[in-house]
Write a protein that binds this ligand. Structure first.
Ligand code: PGA
Length: 248
């Protein structure tokens, strides 16, 4: 049985002091013995959030990293900086980064390898646009994203990764994919991992759904055989996040 993983993606929200206050609100609400809970927070909030959640079941994630070790890359954050600060997870290739910050499947691949080489668990995002869905090329498109993201990644490393399937048309729009749509794509992603690495790896890797997940739709989505968790944006900034973690 794969352990469920519910990760909040705070995006560009919460100043450091607001972040600490939100942690205090959420801490008692996200207690769980059988779900991994992650807060992926803006870089400047990492240090105060790591401090605020010490001694709890909450792990801290970053929203991005750079694929070089160090050097003249003004404004970027390295994997070593993240691990030294206490970060365990990192979101890679979110559709907002692909759209607004020119991330490509190739930079996603470089970042995945950099995260793994430094002991960080990548949460690798994929997902189609509405046009792609309407043209019936969702699965082909996502298979391409996955195959490039995992280039040069070993089976053992892949097994420990997290993939987040986030249809772009469902992010922040309130338009959640139907349970069938979400399960169909998560199942196809697992089949793609099976082709690349074999059955054992495919059974271990965890696949999240993301896109307008909230307290009322989480239970149904999380009951699907190939949906192992959620990547939650808007609802991760509210007490509702506790209800998603405790969806059962
Ligand atoms: P949303 O965002 O839950 O606000 O739709 C999800 C995400 O972008 O990770």
């Amino acid at each position: 049985m794969r352990r469920k993983i519910i990760a909040g993606n705070w995006k560009m929200n919460m100043t450091p002091s607001e972040a600490v206050a939100l942690c205090e609100t959420l801490k008692p609400l996200v207690v769980s013995d059988d779900v991994d809970v992650v807060f992926c927070v803006p870089a400047i909030d990492i240090i105060p959030v790591v401090e605020a959640v010490k001694g709890t079941n909450i792990a801290v994630g970053a929203e991005n990293l750079y694929f070089k070790d160090k050097g003249a890359f003004t404004g970027e954050i390295s994997a070593a900086m993240l691990t030294d600060a206490g970060v365990k997870y990192v979101i890679i290739g979110h559709s907002e980064r692909r759209e607004y910050f020119a991330e490509t499947d190739e930079t996603v691949n470089a970042k995945v390898k950099q995260a793994l080489a430094n002991g960080l668990t990548p949460i690798i995002c994929c997902g189609e646009t509405l046009t792609q869905r309407e043209q019936g090329i969702t699965i082909d498109f996502i298979r391409q994203q996955i195959k490039i993201a995992f280039l040069g990644v070993s089976a053992e490393e892949a097994a420990g990764c997290v993939i987040a399937y986030e249809p772009i048309w469902a992010i922040g729009t309130g338009k959640v994919a139907t349970t069938e749509q979400a399960e169909e794509v998560c199942c196809a992603i697992r089949a793609c991992i099976c082709e690349l690495y074999g059955q054992e790896t495919a059974e271990k890797i965890r696949i999240q759904y993301g896109g307008s997940m909230n307290a009322s739709n989480a239970a149904e989505l999380l009951a699907q055989p190939d949906i192992d968790g959620g990547l939650v944006g808007g609802a991760s900034l509210k007490p509702d996040f506790g209800k998603i973690v405790n969806y059962k």
